[in-house]
Design a protein around this ligand. Structure first.
Ligand code: 13P
Length: 383
């Protein structure tokens, strides 16, 4: 099926009271695995590429310095792959830009083939955030593309998004934000945090979500709330990485019970990246432990070297530069590369499969309307 915008999926989530995981991918193989595992559970899929992940997919291994040109190339690479996999798939698939930094990043993603974008104006004063988000909504909706905004500040690190403190979302301001911008979804700050060190026993302020949704209902407004920074950071995976020579300390996620309790309070999209990074890193380390002869492989030996050098890291982008053709285009050069890609895919499936079940999106694919971008343009005009 062709990719769909986020909006019809948000409407399904809102109507049937479940949450849809939104999963970050940084390589063609990860996108393939993410779609396959959603198919297996008969769930629709939201695949996300972060703004700087597009730089990485554009060949920029030092992705923190990616330019707009790099992001344009990367957006096309990942969108081409996702479109191809989605075309042959029976489930609806959305490709969403995560943490778009500015208008140009969102435009680059849409031109590349993304069907949904996030504009993250959360570091700006309220009025400027509204202005920027409104500008993106106008551009995106005219092309049938959905928009997520953000209000409130999450603590933690994720690519260029960094804050040492958090500011909870003011529910009154959130309602005003939806009204003034016309965005489809809003990321709120209610106690989650990006990265693998979220603190022990985090309690989410679910009342923030309840207050927003209740007021939206009275104002007859549509909008789905998004929980960023929602990785559960499975302890068994962290322990396995450390047993394989890694050094990951102070790793705590949001408990699955807290996340599940937030769903009936109005959280409908749950963003997860770290859990996938951890599972993929563990699998690559395990692969080289079990296959010592591959450590000197001409094609993938460089990945092993980087895993050994960067023991406290777990972002696969730190280890994959030696196989960038595989990352960017899915090229499988030889048997060694094929074997490594297989364990990368398994890691993606393990992390995502668990959460599809926990968040309740399994079996819901047939409930999602298959809306084309052209149809969505007409629908947005009438809203
Ligand atoms: P985690 O770091 O908790 O996976 O959060 C990812 C995220 O919010 C992507 O937008």
């Amino acid at each position: 099926m062709p990719l769909i915008p986020l909006r019809p999926l948000l409407e399904t989530v809102d109507k049937y009271h479940f949450a849809q995981g939104a999963f970050n991918v940084n390589a063609v193989a990860q996108a393939k695995a993410a779609i396959e595992v959603h198919e297996m559970f008969r769930s629709a899929a939201i695949l996300q590429g972060a703004d700087l992940a597009n730089g990485f997919m554009g060949g920029r291994t030092d992705f923190l310095n990616a330019t707009l040109e790099d992001k344009k190339i990367g957006a096309k690479n990942i969108a081409n792959a996702v479109k191809k996999f989605a075309e042959d798939s029976p489930i609806p698939v959305v490709l969403h830009l995560d943490h778009g930094k500015n208008f140009d990043s969102c435009k680059a993603a849409i031109e590349g083939g993304y069907t949904s974008v996030m504009i993250d104006g959360s570091s700006l004063p309220f009025d400027e955030n509204v202005e920027l988000t409104r500008e993106v909504v106008k551009y995106a909706h005219a092309r049938g593309v959905s928009v997520e905004g953000e209000l409130g500040v999450l603590a933690g690190v994720e690519d260029h998004v960094f804050s040492s403190t958090s500011t909870y979302t003011n529910p009154l301001k959130a309602v005003e934000f939806f009204k003034k911008t016309g965005c489809d979804a809003l990321a709120i700050s209610y106690g989650t945090m990006h990265g693998a060190s979220k603190g022990k026993d985090v309690k989410l302020r679910k009342e923030i979500a309840i207050a927003i949704k209740e007021c939206m209902m009275h104002e007859n407004l549509f909008g789905v709330l998004v929980s960023h920074g929602s990785s559960t950071v499975p302890k068994y995976i962290v322990d396995e990485i450390n047993a394989l020579g890694g050094n990951i300390q102070n790793a705590y996620g949001i408990s699955i019970d807290e996340l599940k309790a937030a769903i009936p309070c109005g959280i409908g999209k749950i963003n997860v990246d770290t859990d996938i990074r951890l599972a993929v890193t563990r699998n690559m380390k395990e692969f080289f432990k079990n296959n010592p002869s591959k450590r000197d492989s001409a094609s993938i030996g460089g990945v092993y070297q980087l895993l050994e050098e960067k023991k406290d890291q777990f972002d696969p982008r730190a280890f994959l530069p030696p196989i960038m053709d595989t990352v960017m285009y899915g090229t499988i050069k030889d048997d060694d590369t094929a074997a490594l890609v297989e364990v990368i895919e398994k890691g993606v499936k393990e992390a995502i499969g668990t959460l599809i079940v926990e968040f309740g999106s399994f079996g819901k694919a047939p409930l999602v309307e298959q809306v084309s971008l052209e149809e969505m343009i007409e629908r947005y005009k009438k809203m």
